[in-house]
Design a protein. Sequence first.
Length: 145
Amino acid sequence: MKSAITPVHEFAMRFTSTPRGARLARRLVSHRLNDWGHPYDSPVSETLTLIAAELTANAVRHGHVPGRDFDLRLTLTGGDTFRIEVTDTRTEKQPSRTPPSPDAEAESGRGLLLVAALADDWGVTPRASAPGKTVWAELLQPPRR
């Protein structure tokens, strides 16, 4: 469910649906968080950068439609909730809220398990006004001391 709270900070950008686009998105998330006062080595930055890496890699690998890009949106609300959204144009491949455990020998298939473990909440919503979907994750910022 999308928050009705106006973001304190917001970053949104479209990326090519390629491994290079996913890497760039991940790097820009960490840079933006640093600009917002969350240094690169902080738990918030490390966690959100990992979530961004998994969601963008999935958009490229499972949500790619030739000639179509993916969108990334990162927000921080006044309630100290970070939300990352990755939107692709493939409707028919919907991730499950309870991803199956991959085979122990598998080299992939753990991305959404990581997202579920790291995020306070996550889900999938239909893309607004076009084919596709948005996979989102939220992280509550711990109180600052």
